[in-house]
Design a protein around this ligand. Structure first.
Ligand SMILES: *Cc1c(COP(=O)(O)O)cnc(C)c1O
Length: 418
């Protein structure tokens, strides 16, 4: 459910025609619906009303300060994966005691920053990392609260590039070895074990992989408790999928119910780290058609948004619906929608039957709110596009588009080249 819809054949976001925003900010740009963001968060959060829980929004899915603040205002914590994200979420006003820190490659300075900030816990991904956290905490005369991120070896049945909980993935600690690792962790002076964590992948459209992972974590928790290791938090990660094309992911309420049915007997606070399911369908990318042409019987629609703006199609071959901002009577035609970047992998849609688009018109690339702007880059020296938030009949530029000076910021030509 989102608030992008057609009124008299024109695409609107909440109470504003998208074309009006385009006129004001120029293309390409990301457009988010406040009402959709808030609604998605509330639906997910309230689905777990019956159990003690913290929603830690996964900041990497969309890390714009205004968007983070919407969730923070609703009581959200944050799942972060870098010191940069910690800086961002704190700046947006996140409660540090609701921050969990995941990631396989935490640097010492990032660990110190997280300790200083007194975050809820580190989700530790290796034995070496555990030692480093213990040493850093020792030097700072602190105790680090931790969970081990275990790898439960379940197949999330998603794209291989976004599966993270199979034994061949780089993430977490093999669940068989984790018990020993916990035994070791309890001996460390500056480590306090408080939880168990996993995150098995992204864009998961079935409930069963989550349940399989949960069952393995439950077993681990009971082994740990038998040894007197107290576990207060069970963090099940994120990963719930959304509809891009014709996927039928479980509704958050069904996901929540399936989980809650199995955890009545474990006394824990539950942590969830949703990203995509909250923001994915709350944002779209608006782009203008620059040119159309036919090469070897194939129609190419060249638009002004490229893989630097939206990397997902070239990275994961992912599907985003393409919709004209203005609907007209016209034929559908087999097309490739491509960007201006000098790479053959720079496309938004390939071999897609879509309305015959014309030079100068606007298109909406749907479901672009997650891993859209946050993955964007300056490749081909393209300034990053603005981000706009609509609330009712008003719109707000929540990130200005970059300019040319931004492109060379920080670069220096050494004297010997002058
Ligand atoms: C990326 C990530 C998430 C969010 O995943 P979604 O599929 O967007 O819900 C949650 N936890 C961790 C550790 C992640 O790396």
């Amino acid at each position: 459910m989102n608030y992008f819809h057609y009124v008299d054949n024109k695409l609107w976001c909440e109470n504003i025609p998208v074309a009006e925003v385009a006129k004001a900010v120029g293309t390409p740009f990301y457009l988010y619906s406040h009402r959709t963001l808030e609604r998605h968060f509330k639906v997910f959060d309230s689905a777990f009303d019956d159990i003690p829980h913290i929603i830690c929004f996964s900041a990497k899915a969309n890390s714009n300060a205004a968007i983070l603040k919407i969730f923070i205002n609703e009581g959200s914590g944050m799942d972060i994966v870098s010191g940069g994200e910690l800086y961002r979420v704190l700046k947006a006003g996140a409660d540090s005691r609701k921050i969990v820190y995941s990631g396989v490659g935490k640097r010492e300075e990032e660990i110190r920053y997280a300790l200083e900030s007194d975050i809820l816990m580190f989700n530790v991904e290796s034995s070496q990392e555990l030692e480093v956290i213990n040493a850093c905490a020792g030097k700072m005369d602190r105790v680090a609260r931790i969970s081990l991120r275990v790898n439960p070896d379940v197949d999330p049945m998603t794209h291989p590039h976004i599966s993270t909980g199979m034994k061949e993935n780089k993430f977490g600690i093999n669940i068989e070895k984790s018990l020993d690792e916990y035994r070791h962790a309890r001996k460390l002076d500056h480590i306090e074990i408080i939880g168990v964590d996993c995150h098995i992948g992204s864009q998961i459209t079935e409930i069963s992989p989550f349940i399989d992972a949960l069952d393995r974590l439950k077993e681990l928790i009971s082994s740990l408790r038998n040894e007197g290791i107290s576990i207060k938090y069970l963090d099940l990660g994120g990963g719930l999928g959304i509809t891009y094309d014709n996927e039928t992911p479980p509704h958050p309420q069904d996901y929540a119910k399936a989980i809650m049915d199995r955890i009545r007997d474990i006394d824990c606070t539950f942590i969830f780290e949703p990203g995509r399911v909250i923001v994915g369908n709350a944002g779209i990318l608006i782009s203008e058609v620059l040119y159309t042409k036919t090469n070897a019987d194939k129609r190419f629609v060249v638009v002004d948004a490229g893989m630097n703006d939206l990397a997902r199609p070239s990275l994961y071959d992912s599907y985003h619906k393409i919709q004209p901002v203005e609907l007209k009577e016209r034929a559908d035609i087999l097309s490739d929608v491509v960007g201006p970047i000098c790479e053959s992998s720079d496309y938004i849609a390939r071999g897609r039957v879509i309305p015959e688009l014309e030079r100068g018109e606007l298109i909406a690339v749907m479901s672009a709110g997650a891993y859209g702007f946050s993955m964007s880059s300056n490749y081909n020296s393209r300034p990053r596009s603005p981000e706009v938030l609509v609330r009712g009949g008003e719109f707000y530029v929540i990130r200005s588009g970059e300019n040319q000076a931004d492109l060379t910021r920080g670069e220096n030509i050494p004297d010997f080249l002058q």
